[in-house]
Design a protein around this ligand. Structure first.
Ligand code: HEC
Ligand code: HEC
Ligand code: HEC
Ligand code: HEC
Ligand code: HEC
Length: 264
């Protein structure tokens, strides 16, 4: 082992900073990946929840829910049933596997509507953090009146809303009948459309200009990228004006790009 063979002071200092870096990386990875996902490579792990539930009849309530997970982005990334519901996926006996699994109406369940944000937040920490800052979260915590993650993403997380579908979801609570900010669905649609278009525009500009060449263009693209990132994050705080503000910053940054096609 090299660690016992160093001699000069410089080597010691270097080794020490290497260790500090390795330590920091470890701490970070523990924080980020507190709920590890099965590796996508190598032999597929056996999972009794998936094995048994995929054989349940599709016309029962439990069966329908189970089959909904198939083809979802979570299935593709190895996020199995137990990651959200708990239980023991390594045993095939039904009772033993269900240890700790509770139905969604039980307040102790990981999928009880008020507990859903923190269950998802184990892996989607940034969205969860922003969500906890929203009025939606406060209303959900207080009287159960705000939406939770699956109100918008579907029970088994099979949807990401688009400008075409977002208004209908907001309208469930924001409408003339209930009277809570009835203008929101149309505004949400416009903001999400702007977000998507800004994303596309930035991608196009990145192809046109060489970020690797440095200089003013690279700086402008970096600033635009940061503004887009902030806009996406603030989406889960549902502060529509703040999002629009970030997108304005993005356009201002892109405005600083040199004119013409610099590749020629
Ligand atoms: C051997 C088969 C089998 C295995 C293994 C199994 N389940 Fe189930 N599960 C069932 C059946 C059958 C039901 C419906 C039971 C009922 O309606 O009483 C069910 C019900 C459920 C429910 C609904 C509970 C409720 O009260 O509404 C959830 C959630 C669930 N299972 C998750 C899991 C998870 C997570 C695992 C793995 C850790 C798992 N199951 C393993 C067969 C299985
Ligand atoms: C990404 C997290 C997640 C994954 C992965 C997931 N579920 Fe769910 N599941 C939920 C949530 C959240 C609910 C509650 C939805 C609601 O309230 O409408 C739920 C509801 C259910 C229900 C209805 C239970 C009830 O009491 O309402 C069943 C059954 C179920 N899931 C089975 C499964 C099975 C089987 C798998 C794997 C094949 C699975 N789920 C994977 C999050 C997940
Ligand atoms: C064990 C970790 C884990 C948990 C728990 C989890 N997810 Fe995910 N989720 C992932 C991974 C991995 C991906 C795919 C890679 C990515 O987009 O980051 C993903 C992707 C997504 C996407 C992006 C879909 C797309 O098409 O781009 C949404 C939305 C999502 N999850 C919502 C949820 C919600 C809502 C819950 C709680 C009900 C949840 N997730 C629970 C790990 C998790
Ligand atoms: C009121 C509706 C709503 C609620 C509540 C909500 N989301 Fe979303 N979420 C959206 C919409 C709309 C998008 C698509 C934004 C976009 O296109 O950039 C999205 C996107 C996402 C993405 C994908 C981000 C990406 O850039 O690919 C993840 C992951 C996600 N949400 C997780 C969560 C989690 C976790 C919660 C709960 C803590 C949650 N969402 C609550 C509406 C919602
Ligand atoms: C399950 C019901 C529900 C759904 C669905 C829902 N909301 Fe809300 N929303 C609420 C409630 C409740 C409030 C708080 C009203 C109050 O107490 O003043 C609220 C408040 C808001 C506010 C004002 C926040 C503030 O800080 O002033 C915005 C913006 C908002 N919602 C956006 C949205 C968008 C965008 C969607 C769709 C993607 C959506 N909501 C879907 C229930 C919902």
């Amino acid at each position: 082992m090299r660690c016992c063979a160093f001699t000069t002071e410089r080597e010691v200092t270097m080794l020490r900073s290497e260790h500090i870096l390795a330590y920091l990386a470890l701490v970070c990875s523990l924080l980020i990946f507190s709920a590890p996902v099965e590796p996508a490579t190598g032999e597929k792990m056996k999972n009794s929840c998936v094995d048994c539930h995929s054989q349940l009849a599709g016309n029962s309530f439990v069966g329908t829910r189970s089959h909904d997970w198939k083809g979802s982005i979570h299935q593709k990334h190895g996020v199995t049933c137990d990651k959200c519901h708990g239980g023991n996926p390594r045993v095939s006996d039904e009772k033993a596997a269900h240890a700790g699994v509770l139905g969604s109406s039980s307040p102790q369940s990981t999928v009880y509507y008020k507990n859903i944000p923190s269950t998802c937040g184990k892996c989607h920490g940034a969205e969860f953090y922003k969500f906890t800052q929203s009025l939606h979260y406060k209303r959900l915590e207080a009287a159960g009146k705000g939406p939770n993650c699956v109100t918008c993403h579907g029970s088994m997380v099979i949807t990401v809303l688009t400008p075409d579908t977002v208004a209908a979801v907001c309208e469930r609570c924001h409408n003339e009948r209930i009277g809570v900010f009835p203008y929101i669905p149309q505004k949400a649609k416009a903001v999400l459309l702007l977000l998507r278009e800004s994303n596309a525009l930035l991608e196009a500009e990145k192809k046109l200009h060489h970020p690797a060449r440095g200089g003013e263009a690279a700086r402008a693209l970096r600033d635009a990228e940061a503004a887009l990132y902030s806009a996406k994050l603030d989406w889960h705080k549902f502060d529509l004006d703040t999002i629009t503000g970030h997108l304005q910053d993005l356009y201002n940054s892109l405005g600083k790009l040199p004119m013409g096609n610099p590749r020629r």
